[in-house]
Design a protein around this ligand. Structure first.
Ligand SMILES: *[C@@H]1O[C@H](CO)[C@@H](O)[C@H](O)[C@H]1NC(C)=O
Ligand SMILES: *[C@@H]1O[C@H](CO)[C@@H](O)[C@H](O)[C@H]1NC(C)=O
Length: 409
């Protein structure tokens, strides 16, 4: 999802992709890098496919947990972007590039000590250049392969015995068959859920909450829902991404739509296109810009329930990714947690789905804490297009990587 926010910022249409197959981890990226940068003469339409003459060469040292320093001792920050690349913010400039790899999701070699050509910009988002980065110490190439998947092109089948098993195994949530799913192939069902997960061998657990974070969240209400803040709904209508693996685009637009509604007190209720096409609208039409975005907590690895609650209530809905298991698509209502059950019928690989958290609460009878989450599978799925999921236990990794954005309406 962060990728897409970046696209909105950059207008860099080259990035019309979800996760790359790269698999670069914290220890691969931490260390000293040489950034080779072109002249800062571009605007947001800059194309970095070709690098052009290098005029700036800088060494940045990226250290724990998120400090970046240059040769002169100037300090900034850095963050991994999942296992895909990293962003450095220093000396009033922001740098982002994808980690280099060869191959595809089925068989990939990640070269984590170098990047593809990336984009650099100043704080005003008007002054752009291209760059590439090379680590000063080599990192061994990482090889990842996944077993070949068969039968992905066959139609998805509702598996009633699987649904019965889910409903018998627990009483926190209910499952049901969705007849409309049979129009999709198994592959399309996987795409709807985010597509095959990149091979990530480790991921950060939620950071332990500090005493200060706990004190902050103690002041928050027990229930909060952006669909009903003193009677006002700031969440745009639920959409359906169909068989397309575009959850990150839908979740990013849902995030921006809510931000516009909140910033204008519902005077504007735009619905943005999740399609990253060149914009043919009249120049006199208004433009809405993203002025900032960040991992909730400050960087990848700093997320937890407390900072998510705080960001949600004070800044608006937040985008999250979580792991989708085969029991999730049959969710009907209640507070979801993964049952550990798998369908015998539909070969299903763990995927990585992006959605929007719009609220939270506590179930009265059981005391179970939950997030309220907007999905992009249409309004007839789940609880009117939304679902609730266990909160406070990093259920399906939902508390590992939240993102907030700031807009200029
Ligand atoms: C971008 O900023 C640099 C200073 O960092 C300046 O020299 C250059 O002229 C600026 N370019 C544009 C296009 O504004
Ligand atoms: C950056 O580091 C490399 C490797 O240590 C060194 O050769 C180079 O001179 C440094 N460049 C700058 C601009 O300090």
């Amino acid at each position: 999802m962060l990728m897409l926010v970046f696209i909105v910022l950059a207008g860099a249409t080259a990035l019309v992709t979800a996760d790359t197959p790269a698999n670069c981890l914290y220890e691969d990226i931490r260390g000293t890098w040489t950034f080779s940068e072109t002249e800062r003469t571009g605007d947001h339409t800059i194309n970095c496919d070709e690098l052009g003459p290098i005029v700036h060469a800088k060494n940045f040292t990226l250290s724990f947990p998120n400090t970046a320093t240059d040769e002169l001792g100037n300090e900034g920050t850095w963050t991994l972007i999942y296992n895909q690349g990293f962003e450095v913010n220093i000396n009033e400039r922001s740098y982002f590039a994808f980690s280099y790899y060869e191959g595809d999701l089925n068989a990939v070699v990640s070269y984590c000590d170098r990047t593809f050509n990336g984009w650099s910009r100043d704080k005003t988002i008007r002054n752009w250049s291209c760059y590439t980065a090379q680590k000063t110490t080599p990192v061994n190439p990482r090889v990842d392969a996944r077993p070949a998947q068969r039968e992905l092109d066959r139609p998805f089948r509702n598996d009633q015995s699987f649904i019965d098993k889910i409903n018998a195994a627990q009483s926190s949530w209910t499952a049901k068959a969705y007849p409309e799913f049979t129009k999709y192939t198994v592959k399309e069902m996987q795409r709807r859920a985010g597509g095959p997960k990149p091979a990530i061998s480790s991921r950060p657990r939620p950071a332990p909450a500090t005493a200060e974070q706990k004190a902050q969240t103690a002041l928050l209400p027990e229930h909060f829902d952006w669909r009903d803040v003193e009677g006002e709904n700031y969440v745009s209508p639920v959409r359906d991404q169909g068989g397309c693996g575009s959850c990150y685009a839908f979740a990013s637009m849902a995030n921006l739509e809510a931000q516009v509604r909140i910033a204008t007190r519902n005077q504007r209720q735009d619905v943005f296109s999740p399609q990253d096409t060149s914009c043919a609208t009249d120049n006199s039409c208004s433009r809405t810009y993203v002025s900032d975005y960040q991992h909730v907590g400050g960087y990848y690895g700093a997320c937890n329930e407390e900072v998510m609650l705080e960001a949600l209530v004070t800044t608006g809905p937040i985008s999250v990714s979580f792991e989708v298991y085969s029991d999730f698509s049959s969710y009907n209502g209640g507070i979801y947690h993964h049952t550990g059950l798998e369908s015998d019928f539909n070969p299903f690989e763990l995927t990585n789905h992006v959605v929007l958290i719009v609220g939270y609460g506590v179930e009265e009878d059981t005391g179970e804490k939950f997030w309220i989450v907007k999905n992009s599978w249409g309004g007839s799925w789940g609880e009117d297009g939304f679902f609730r999921i266990r909160r406070g236990t990093d259920e399906c990794a939902i508390e590992s990587m939240a993102v907030q954005v700031t807009i200029i309406p």
